[in-house]
Design a protein around this ligand. Structure first.
Ligand SMILES: NC(=O)C1=CN([C@@H]2O[C@H](COP(=O)(O)OP(=O)(O)OC[C@H]3O[C@@H](n4cnc5c(N)ncnc54)[C@H](OP(=O)(O)O)[C@@H]3O)[C@@H](O)[C@H]2O)C=CC1
Ligand SMILES: CC(=O)N[C@@H](CCC(=O)OP(=O)(O)O)C(=O)O
Length: 339
């Protein structure tokens, strides 16, 4: 059994990880942590998350330098489901021992530290951690993830967007002169658990935000290898992301070529479901699946691809488990397919 700890366990992604690790046949959850000043330190996780009421023995411990050092040398796997600054601080000391570290924040996804500073608002100084970090898009970089000691688990919107675009990019079917246009709607859980006016029940109404400036734009561009137009929207539902992606294909591209590109990319990928219709958020909510559909208008050369994922699962926690599975030498879907 792999010994596992989760830092940021009281948040949405962290609590989801607690559930997934607890259900995993080869993982044993040892410790759950929150920040040093957390008002939830000392509470049991089941007090905060009713879904975890059966795990009443798990206590949330405040993080400290001493505990970080201990975890680095005694754990096999450590998940950080913490804000970007906290992950930036803790990834290097946590990866100094034998533990493999999976960070769910955006702190280690962008290799270009100038772009990072522009979009995240602070200077990246964890060079060693950044050099080690492998981007954890599980179905796309399995060999690199398997060798990694630090994984930067992708953001939720980049996961949905890249699953739509990478098959066409890999097949050389995208028109290089026209940027893909990504419109995506996320449920409110994407914003995290802490109270904020913009995410309160009375305030949320379908609306675009972060237009032409969201930090996920450079992340999508870095792992697609082309510029995009990305517009996120906040929807009045709890879980899920629906990304509708419009692309111009190369002149003469046929529907059969587009279908072949998606079949080639996702055959033998049990967590990716190629549908016969555009996907629905409810079909993936609380699951680790990626639902995908595509349609090409051969006359104009424009294609529309729909992708649905659960933002907290495939957009964060279940993708982190997929990466931990790969790092342990197991199939990425271990412990996830039959939840
Ligand atoms: N929600 C989502 O859909 C997705 C989230 N992510 C990323 O995952 C990470 C967690 O997100 P989410 O679960 O939504 O966030 P939440 O705000 O719900 O949870 C954050 C967690 O981190 C803890 N925490 C905060 N500061 C520190 C610190 N300095 N040291 C240790 N623990 C700390 C919080 O507890 P406390 O404050 O009490 O200490 C809490 O447990 C973020 O980086 C987010 O960007 C990525 C993809 C999708
Ligand atoms: C609805 C909502 O607010 N979503 C979050 C994205 C959550 C996510 O993927 O987080 P990280 O990249 O920060 O890890 C946002 O737009 O900031």
């Amino acid at each position: 059994m792999l010994k596992v700890s989760i830092i940021g366990a009281s948040g949405y992604a962290g609590a989801q990880l607690v559930e997934l690790v607890t259900n995993h046949p080869e993982m044993a959850l040892k410790r759950t942590l929150v920040s040093a000043q957390s008002e939830d330190a000392g509470k049991s996780l089941s007090q905060l998350h009713g879904r975890l009421a059966h795990l009443s023995e798990l206590e949330l411990e405040p993080v400290s330098d001493g505990l970080i050092e201990l975890l680095a040398t005694t754990m096999d796997v450590i998940f950080l489901a913490t804000p970007h600054q906290a992950s930036h601080k803790w990834v290097e000391p946590l990866s100094a021992g034998k533990a493999k570290v999976l960070d769910l924040s955006g702190a280690f996804r962008l290799k270009d530290t100038d772009i990072f500073k522009h979009f995240y608002g602070f200077t990246h100084t964890a060079d060693t951690g950044l050099a080690k970090a492998v981007y954890g898009l599980a179905e796309w970089y399995p060999e690199q993830i398997q060798q990694a000691s630090v994984v930067a688990v992708p953001g939720c919107y980049p996961t949905a967007s890249l699953f739509a675009l990478k098959p066409l990019m890999e097949a050389g079917l995208l028109d290089e002169q026209t940027r893909p246009v990504i419109n995506a709607v996320s449920g409110v859980s994407g914003a995290g658990r802490k109270a904020a006016l913009t995410t309160s029940f009375q305030e949320v109404s379908l609306q675009a935000y972060g237009v032409l400036g969201h930090r996920h734009t450079p992340e999508i561009e870095a792992y697609l290898g082309a510029p995009v137009i990305f517009t996120p929207h906040l929807g009045n539902f709890k879980r899920g992301i629906l990304a509708t992606v419009t692309v111009k294909t190369k002149s003469g591209t046929s529907s059969a070529e587009v279908a072949q590109a998606f079949d080639d990319a996702y055959q033998n990928k049990p967590l990716v479901r190629l549908l016969q219709q555009f996907p629905k958020v409810d079909d993936v909510a609380l699951t680790p699946f990626v639902d995908v559909y595509h349609k090409l208008d051969e006359a104009s050369g424009y294609a529309v691809i729909g992708v649905a994922i659960d933002n907290v699962m495939k957009g964060a926690a279940s993708q982190a488990i997929q990466c931990a599975n790969l790092m342990a030498g197991w199939p990425s879907e271990k412990g996830l397919l039959h939840l």
